[in-house]
Design a protein around this ligand. Structure first.
Ligand SMILES: Nc1ncnc2c1ncn2[C@@H]1O[C@H](COP(=O)(O)OP(=O)(O)OP(=O)(O)O)[C@@H](O)[C@H]1O
Length: 562
């Protein structure tokens, strides 16, 4: 690129010399051919060097894009759930798409155009000196161009802050789009398309306002640069023209001078582009760096221990926990001792803290020190990998990936044997449904595949939990979307396959937990009842009341069925 620019700066000198030959009537046919060939060589060399330079620089930009996207993804994977509960998917996508692209463009354009501008300007000045154009004339003509650095300092911060606003509003729009697409079914069912259109329109309006504000300042900056270029040409024509008339400089000198100044105008305009792009990309780079500087909340201590993958019990001692920024305690004074191999059932109203309890066990949020143990190890002292390998957690709404059913079930080990996968599916009572699909376990799910019903999704996610065969299995309301009969069969399968293995079952239906070795009833973050099914039925309280309601419902259904 540098070579291309240096070679390009020979044009005006060659043309200037040619003009002098013509002016002095010394032009010959041979000279015309020589000068034409010289211009041809200059043209071809410029083309080759410029093309190669362009390719190298573009490649550099793409490599940056590739590395940064990878780095961002690795960082996202490390961030804790608390981060994701505050930042939407759209916002995160915006970093990966908009910000990375802005920086890549500035690298490609920036290197290209800065090299152009600097080399052309420098070689133009050198060539003017070499062409024996008087120094004072060069200085006077180039003077208006010296205002440019001052303009850069003046406009730069304003462009950068407006660019940041644009990037932020783009992030908000991506977030809104993601949410609107995700919720399109609800929108349609409630027939609120108009309201949603209005909400999305607001975000788009916001981007337009921010972009126009950026365009205004960028345009003003861009407009001043060519004006300064023209000013230096005007000075060249007045002053240079006067010196030519006075024979202080040759006509060839005058032609070269004007051509060199003209040659400098484009790079100067490019400097404007580069500065704009750089300021914009600086705003994006700041955003990317701020994101990369965020530390995950959940960190492994240096001396973290590996929990052995064996049957371990669970203990919770005086556990009290509040979510960050929450005024209310999610859990208060929880004491649980579940010996290895036993089953714990948890019931409680919605919002009573059931999921929070298992999130603390999995260390998705940090419990206070010395309150949650697996075996003898405080979960805060364990390596995160060994802790999470110890537990198979099946949430209520297990996310399924847009891949085959087989890959979704064998998620923790893609090489799992087919019979093991089928066994897990049978235990989760999803095998029969899968057999009805044309491609069975190879059936693709998601956008380009089959849409499963809520219950089928839940059972597929359940099979994913079963196949992990972890020392601790947690079912967090994982059979809520299946019918009572299937639920009974699944729970029976859990009982049989989890004999001697620690299991936690969270459920709203007592039928799912009544067999447990111990049951706790949570209410507003506190354990209000604790015991076996028989013991709890004898006590007056939430459990017996819940059982009575659910039993009453079942008897009524049975009577109706007869
Ligand atoms: N990430 C979070 N940040 C702040 N508060 C939260 C968060 N997750 C849950 N909570 C609050 O903590 C309390 C307990 O929630 P939790 O999800 O543990 O209830 P739950 O018993 O599992 O409810 P459900 O049966 O509806 O699943 C609720 O008041 C809830 O609003």
């Amino acid at each position: 690129m540098m070579l291309a620019n240096i070679i390009q700066s020979l044009y005006p000198k060659v043309l200037g010399d040619f003009t002098d030959l013509v002016h002095k009537n010394k032009i010959t046919e041979a000279a015309i051919i020589d000068y034409s060939l010289l211009l041809l060589v200059i043209g071809i060399s410029c083309g080759i060097f410029f093309g190669v330079g362009q390719y190298v620089v573009m490649r550099l930009g793409r490599i940056f894009e590739f590395i940064t996207r990878g780095k961002l993804f690795n960082h996202f994977i490390k961030l804790s759930e608390s981060y994701y509960s505050k930042h939407g998917v759209g916002e995160l996508l915006s970093y990966v798409m908009n910000d990375v692209t802005a920086v890549r463009e500035s690298i490609s354009q920036g290197i290209n155009q800065t090299t152009n501008a600097v080399i052309i300007t420098a070689s133009a000045i050198v060539m003017m000196v070499i062409s024996s154009i008087p120094l004072y004339l060069i200085v006077v003509c180039v003077l208006p161009l010296l205002i440019i650095p001052w303009l850069v300092v003046w406009f730069g911060p304003a462009i950068r802050s407006r660019s940041k606003q644009v990037q932020e509003s783009l992030a908000r729009m991506t977030e809104a789009a993601e949410e609107q697409f995700g919720g399109i079914r609800v929108t349609k069912k409630f027939a609120v398309e108009g309201m949603m259109k209005g909400r999305f329109g607001e975000k788009v309006d916001h981007i337009r306002d921010n972009q126009l504000s950026l365009v205004r300042i960028s345009s003003l900056f861009q407009a001043i640069l060519p004006f300064l270029g023209s000013l230096s040409l005007i000075i060249a024509i007045i002053f240079g023209g006067y010196l030519t008339i006075k024979h202080e400089i040759t006509l060839g000198n005058f032609v070269s001078l004007t051509l060199y100044l003209r040659m400098m105008v484009n790079p100067l305009q490019q400097i404007g582009n580069v500065i704009n792009t750089m300021q914009r990309s600086q705003a994006s780079l700041d955003r990317i760096n701020q994101l990369l500087a965020i530390e995950p909340d959940i960190k492994e201590i240096a001396s973290a221990r590996t929990i052995q993958k064996e049957s371990n019990g669970i203990r919770m001692k005086a556990l009290t926990f509040s979510y960050p920024d929450a005024s209310r305690k999610a859990l208060e004074d929880i004491h649980i001792h579940l010996p290895a191999g036993q089953t714990l059932g948890i019931v409680g109203k919605t919002g009573s803290g059931k999921t929070t309890l298992v999130k603390l066990l999995l260390r998705i949020y940090d419990p206070p020190k010395g309150t949650v143990f697996i075996g003898d190890t405080d979960v805060r002292q364990a390596t995160l990998e060994s802790l999470r390998n110890q537990i198979a957690y099946v949430p209520q709404d297990g996310f399924l990936f847009s891949t085959t059913i087989r890959d979704n079930i064998a998620f923790s080990n893609r090489d799992e044997a087919m019979d093991v996968i089928e066994m897990a599916a049978q235990q989760a009572k999803i095998d029969e449904s899968i057999q009805t699909f044309a491609e069975q376990y190879e059936t693709k799910l998601g956008e380009r595949g089959v849409t499963l019903s809520g219950g089928q999704r839940q059972r597929t996610s359940l099979a994913r939990g079963f196949i992990k065969n972890a020392p601790i299995l947690i079912l967090d309301d994982s059979v809520s979307a299946v019918d009572a009969e299937t639920e009974t069969q699944i729970i029976e399968n859990v009982r049989l396959t989890r004999k001697g293995k620690t299991t936690i079952i969270i459920a709203h239906r007592i039928s799912a937990i009544q067999h447990a070795d111990q049951i706790i009833v949570l209410d507003e973050g506190r354990i209000v009842q604790q015991g076996t099914h028989r013991q709890l039925l004898k006590e007056e309280g939430v459990y017996a009341a819940l059982y009575a309601i659910q039993e009453g419902g079942t008897r009524y259904a049975d009577a109706e069925g007869k």
